[in-house]
Design a protein around this ligand. Sequence first.
Ligand SMILES: [Zn+2]
Length: 459
Amino acid sequence: MTCTTGILCPDLMDLLLRGGTLVTCDPDDRVTSGSLWISGGRIVALGADAAALAIRSGHPLRVLDVEGCAVIPGFVQGHVHLCQTLFRGMGDDLPLLTWLHERIWPLEAAHDPRSLRASADLGIAELIKGGTTTVLDMGTVRHHDAVFEGLRDSGLRAVSGKTMMDAGAGVPAGLRESTAGSLAESDDLCSRWHGAEGGRLRYAYSPRFILSCTEALFRGCVERARSHGTLLHTHASEHPGERVAVRAALGMDDIDALRAWGFAGPDVVIAHGVQLTPQQRRVMAKDQTRVTHCPSANLKLGSGIAKVARMQRAGIVVALGADGAACNNNLDALMEMRLASLLAKRFGDTGALAARRVLRMATIDGARALGLADEVGSLEVGKRADVTVIDLSTTHVEPWGEPAARIVYAAQSRDVRHVVVDGRVLLHEGRLTTLDEDEVRVRARAEAVAVRRRAGITT
Ligand SMILES: [Zn+2]
């Protein structure tokens, strides 16, 4: 049975993406013409023979014609905050610590489960529409089940955790927690959500950053993450002003203190790393600590520009991430790729973060950073079918070019046609299948007004 009627087909049918350019991001970085056959949520064949194999198998088959499109691994974003999507436009043009103290913390403290779910749904809708299939998400302190429920219902793959804050100046009462209470609430969330939805959802212990967390909290997270097999996720080495405050408080840099407390290694993802010294880069490479580069957020909050090429040369796995909509203001992987590549060329080396390299950062390197590279991040037989299809025939992408360059330098998120996670089509011909986009936007607007009122923000 062959079906070409799109969204009427059940999710459980095999899927054939027929006739595209496959940009695999596999170990050989192969780019080839052909089709991609998905069965049981996994890639079972790709290339010139895949269509014939799929048809010969006799399996019920849903066919999407992707002629003129690039078929790529879905984007993996190594640092986002779904809880902040509702705050888009509420904290613009401020430096990091002012932005946090005067806007983000009061707004996060004002979240209730309804506003948090609305925030997550708006972010998830934007992510899927832009071709992202996996995120590492840091939540707010309370109500984090609402984020996981949004992730569960949407079909997006995610590693997520409530943020943890047991110290710090200026923390609103609604976000302040005890060390034991924070760890206990995280443990509960981990037990409910780590490995849920067939492994599509995973937990990450996520102390916010060193100025709002005690040493005991960081050590407690390390102990639990190592015992449960989860990731550890925090912010560090972000803004020059933050570095001054950290040195005044601890007498050393955050990255060195974290390492002394055991918060280092291949299961640790550090967002930013803008202020890293050469010595710190060498040590992080040796430890295999991961970094997520967030170029838009770093520029907008005045943090500076991370030395990504130097991190990679040192041997650090670097992922890409949009950070939150309150400091970006989009969650657009294509925009972050283009910006990362252009910023890397600022010293005159036009080969720095070339298109193929930055596309790998946004896919397989992101998967490596999240410990998921055996499952996602490239188009390879046996991997889970997390796939993004980008139309290369649009006016601003035509007429020519190497596929990775067309994607990184010319394509825009509106060119994303289909998105597949675990073999399930979440975006079909640019339309969300698991979320009602109009309803999500209307609900987000109403909840944004309410949360802003609760936070007492009037400007
Ligand atoms: Zn962040």
